[in-house]
Design a protein around this ligand. Structure first.
Ligand code: Q46
Ligand code: ZN
Ligand code: ZN
Length: 333
């Protein structure tokens, strides 16, 4: 197996590109894919301050590393979700990476700062954990970006993530979500409250859309980045993972299918659903407690805190969808 560029020994084969690469040219391939995504979708302008949402997994750490390698002014932000050993190890991986690169990592701990955690929120609200988790992460990262004066928030969603979400949205014809499934969500200016106009949502971008999960994992291994390998224990049994498995089966039979599905959607169909997303929010005003934009008196995050805070922590084992034997381990370079 030879590298497609230098003909040296290859370390990875990329069937969907019909090419093999040595370590150096694979790392270059990853950076080039990110440059292309950023350029094609006008994600980040030179000189802008970027806040990377860091989980401690392969995608967010690869993203942070690549943005730094490309010369972007990128700092990190991580949220302690309180999901047992998984969260502890995730935070450790994020902190270790930030220390190694000498970059600032903002930290919020749900239990310490807001007196709840994700397993407890799931138990109290009787909804799947990812519901309160996604809401908490979105709210706190947006808030941190606005308060910290960052121009843009970058998240580590990769091609597999986006294709799986698209698959689910198409299966159920969630047209409003299809209208929002874009690699860039523009910032929004509003007059939340009585004050003058200001940014109420930061711009959000997904620079890893041209890289598959296997590629971000290989990137981290080749760069010697320790990341948390285990999937979140609360994701077991969720639909997103089943859609990924289904798409992996299609991809194995037809390399490039995932890419064709997702980029075909962006090129041919995404704009057709934009009207379904526009106006779905209704009139926005300021949350009575935190000032975030909302359609009601209190934003969804403040309502979640009201319900979930102050309860004794509920152990992960009591909330996780299915009992399993997932192990915690770290990548070794
Ligand atoms: S949303 Fe759900 Fe993730 Fe939160 S509860 Fe775990 S699986 S961490 S990306
Ligand atoms: Zn090479
Ligand atoms: Zn609020």
């Amino acid at each position: 197996m030879k590298c497609a560029v230098c003909r040296g020994p290859a370390v990875i084969d990329l069937r969907r590109h019909n090419a093999n690469f040595c370590a150096d040219h694979f790392l270059k391939f990853c950076r080039d894919q990110v440059v292309r995504a950023i350029d094609e979708h006008d994600m980040i302008e030179p000189g802008e301050r970027v806040l990377v949402a860091v989980s401690g997994g392969k995608d967010s750490l690869a993203l942070w590393d690549i943005l730094l390698e490309l010369g972007y002014d990128a700092e990190g932000m991580t949220i302690g979700l309180g999901i047992g050993d998984y969260s502890t190890a995730s935070t450790e991986a994020a902190v270790a990476f930030a220390a190694r690169r000498g970059r600032r990592l903002g930290r919020i701990d749900l239990r310490g700062d807001y007196d709840y955690d994700i397993p407890t929120a799931a138990a109290v609200t009787r909804r799947v954990p990812c519901s309160s988790c996604g809401l908490s992460k979105r709210h706190l990262i947006d808030r941190a970006a606005l308060d910290g004066g960052y121009d843009v928030v970058a998240t580590g969603h990769n091609l597999d993530d986006e294709a799986a979400v698209l698959f689910g949205n198409v299966l159920h014809w969630h047209t409003e979500y299809l209208g929002r499934q874009r690699p860039v969500l523009a910032e929004r200016i509003g007059r939340a409250g009585s004050g003058s106009e200001r940014r109420v949502f930061p711009r959000k971008v997904k620079p890893l859309i041209r890289l598959a999960e296997r590629e971000t994992a290989a990137y981290c291994v080749l760069r010697g980045i320790d990341y948390i390998v285990e999937e979140c224990p609360m994701a077991e049994g969720n639909r997103h993972l089943r859609y990924k498995e289904a798409l992996n089966a299609v991809e194995a039979a037809s390399p490039g299918a995932k890419q064709a599905f997702y980029f075909g959607f962006l090129d041919n169909a995404a704009s057709r659903f934009a009207p379904d997303a526009d106006g779905a929010d209704g009139e926005l005003r300021a949350c009575g407690r935190c000032g975030s934009p909302t359609t009601g008196d209190l934003c969804a995050f403040c309502r979640l805190v009201d319900r979930a805070a102050g309860h004794d922590p509920v152990p992960v084992e009591l909330v996780r969808p299915r009992r399993g034997g997932a192990k915690h381990r770290r990548a070794r370079s």
